[in-house]
Design a protein around this ligand. Structure first.
Ligand code: FES
Length: 206
């Protein structure tokens, strides 16, 4: 899961063990992780784009982990709207509806907070990084910093502040990326943005 650095590898192993018990799997060809977009009330956004003055743009997003079910609902609802038929779900899924937070839903835990250290302590820890590994620290009085040791051995350092809205990214060791659990932005080990909503790379720190 994006931003869930501590658990991604373990979750893949659990999934693999579950699969091996039930299927004659031999080799795992690929592993990957993704993210689901969830609304505050856990219902999707389906309907006319509220900002579209010409009223001919429709949107369907925020499937809240239920994309297969919502795929059918979207087909039924949007086709009715396009054909000008009444549909009782229109208000329920309206993209600009007033949302009430669902308190009964348990969301996955956010990533653990990065270790807090002085600058020297963080640099010493970063020096010990193995090749292909990254780390994030909260540096007292200086904000957060991300480090990555390249396969060739050089140490790169970045600001760990996500360029979207400033949350702290975490190192995802399974995929070799810096991930932001706030809204799902991802950055490569070089600090390059690979997944929005962030548009800019992590700032390099000399
Ligand atoms: S603050 Fe990082 S994705 Fe929004």
């Amino acid at each position: 899961m994006t931003g869930d650095s501590a658990d991604t590898g373990r979750r893949c192993e659990t999934l693999e063990a579950w699969t091996r018990k039930r299927f004659p799997a031999k080799k795992v060809a690929y592993r990957w992780s993704g993210q689901d977009f969830d609304s505050k009330d856990s219902l999707a956004f389906i309907g006319r784009n509220p900002k579209d003055r010409r009223k001919n743009l429709f949107i369907a997003t925020g499937n809240s982990w239920n994309g297969i079910t919502y795929g059918a609902i979207v087909g039924m609802l949007l086709s009715d709207m396009i054909l000008g038929k009444e549909n009782e779900w229109t208000r329920l899924y309206y993209p600009s509806r007033r949302m009430v937070k669902q308190s009964s839903i348990s969301y996955p835990e956010r990533s653990p907070k990065p270790q807090k250290l002085g600058l020297q302590g963080a640099l010493q820890m970063a020096e010990r990084l193995s090749k292909g590994q990254g780390m994030v620290f909260e540096i007292r009085g200086k904000g957060s910093m991300a480090f990555y040791r390249s396969e060739k051995g050089s140490l790169r350092s970045f600001s760990a502040s996500c360029t979207h809205e400033g949350c702290t990214v975490t190192w995802n060791g399974s995929e070799g990326s810096f991930d932001c659990s706030c809204h799902g932005s991802r950055f490569s080990y070089r600090g390059k943005v690979v997944s929005s909503p962030a548009n800019d790379d992590l700032k390099t720190v000399a």
